[in-house]
Write a protein that binds this ligand. Structure first.
Ligand SMILES: [Zn+2]
Length: 140
């Protein structure tokens, strides 16, 4: 399963899950995707930006890579590979898992996943600082 941030022709943004990237392309081509806020069927995919909780050292590394290579696709793939290799994907459970790791001093697990804007705000209010990273499709 993969989650995409989608945008309609009226600039409404929403999220949706697909089996894989080809399922999205297929449904979109057949005009089977519709905005959840308006009748628009012109849906575009915006880059998915997963959140991650990282120890200071990783954080600095990622931010460094991110800053230097933000516009460079090959390097965005490197970031993605780095995250996939070093972090555990927890998907939609991210905000729950992040608290487990954050409040347990002995737990140094590195995780990444997705949040809703509401969850992200709640985590920020608790002082849990997260990194949002650019995410890129490897197969296009
Ligand atoms: Zn719309």
């Amino acid at each position: 399963m993969i989650k995409y941030n989608l945008k309609c022709s009226n600039n409404h943004e929403f999220e949706s899950w697909f089996a894989d990237s080809s399922e999205f392309e297929k449904l979109n081509k057949q005009k089977l995707l519709e905005c959840i806020y308006c009748p628009s069927k012109k849906i575009k995919k915006s880059i998915m930006a997963p959140m991650l909780l990282a120890a200071n050292k990783d954080r600095e590394n990622i931010q460094k890579i991110d800053k230097i290579f933000r516009k460079d696709k090959d390097n965005l793939i490197k970031i993605r590979n780095y995250i996939e290799k070093n972090f555990e994907f927890v998907g939609k459970n991210f905000s729950q898992k992040v608290r487990e790791v954050y409040y347990d001093k002995k737990n140094n697990k590195k995780i990444y996943g997705t949040t809703t804007p509401k969850e992200r705000k709640e985590l920020a209010e608790e002082g849990i600082d997260l990194v949002s990273i650019p995410w890129i499709e490897k197969d296009n």
